[in-house]
Design a protein around this ligand. Structure first.
Ligand code: GLP
Length: 255
């Protein structure tokens, strides 16, 4: 795993967008694992700006997670978020090329959805490049502290801390934040061939430091990335404030 310190999220976004553009040129039917939340927004803006130079025709996108109980047209559902930030602005068939877990339905529906979700990834040969954000408790996707490193797509209960942080998207009202979610598991994320975790701002500093320099433990889900051969934390100066050994990492001044 490597760490790349960049001056701004926009510069980080350009670096990762370049990699995606190159990958899709080399492998037009690439499978991209995408994330939601505020961290990848600069990347999606950059990808939209490059829509003239990326051919999305054969690409598949697989999102990491979604809330249970929010229909696709709910503005806070991750389907609506992805459409608004990326899919509505690029030439991609949402119905057959983009996948976001569907957290609606009863226990049986959810179980079937989790199974189908995993099959989709396997049928397409696995994820080529995975984008991640990180929670303030170091969760990745909705794999909260304690999640097994070999976990797969499943329904999970959200930590109170995560609901508290995410209530900003629900008008500040925690009672409106769903209590459960569907998430790709850590085992699946770790099988991606290449991973970029994006983290901006001081609010992520503690989680980044624990994940990069602390012990690999299920209590710090993102620490598992230390074991990945081709993962990078792309972080800004504020997000590395708590790192002890900042000078060891690559610093990109401009791109
Ligand atoms: C959510 C998502 C994660 C995301 C994290 C950080 O809980 N499930 O996938 O990485 O929050 O969000 P943000 O990028 O808004 O800080």
């Amino acid at each position: 795993m490597k760490v790349m310190i960049v001056p701004t999220p926009e510069i980080g976004a350009r670096i990762v967008a370049d990699r995606i553009e190159g990958l899709v040129r080399y492998k037009p039917n690439s499978v991209l694992g995408l994330a939601t939340g505020s961290s990848p927004i600069s990347l999606y803006k950059e990808l939209v700006e490059r829509s003239y130079s990326i051919n999305w025709a054969k690409v598949t996108t697989i999102n990491l997670d979604n809330y249970c109980g929010l229909a696709d047209d709910h503005p806070q559902s991750y389907r609506a978020e992805m459409n608004a930030n990326l899919f509505d602005h690029i030439l991609i068939h949402k119905d057959c090329q983009t996948f976001v877990p569907n957290g609606m339905g009863d226990e049986e529906d959810i179980e079937a959805e989790c199974c189908n979700y995993m099959s989709r990834i396997i049928e397409r040969g696995g994820i080529d490049l995975q984008i991640l954000g990180i929670g303030t408790n170091a969760h990745i996707a909705f794999n909260e502290p304690g999640s097994a490193f070999d976990s797969r797509t499943r329904r999970v209960e959200l930590d109170e801390a995560t609901r508290e942080v995410n209530k900003r998207f629900f008008g500040g009202d925690i009672t409106k934040v769903p209590t459960h979610a569907l998430t790709m598991g850590i085992g699946t994320i770790m099988e991606a061939r290449e991973i970029y975790l994006l983290a901006w701002g001081e609010g992520k500093a503690e989680a980044v430091a624990k994940s990069v320099e602390g012990p690999v433990t299920t209590q710090v889900p993102a620490s598992v990335l230390q074991l990945h051969q081709n993962a990078a934390f792309v972080v800004d100066d504020a997000a590395v404030l708590a790192l002890k050994f900042k000078d060891r990492y690559a610093r990109v001044l401009d791109f």
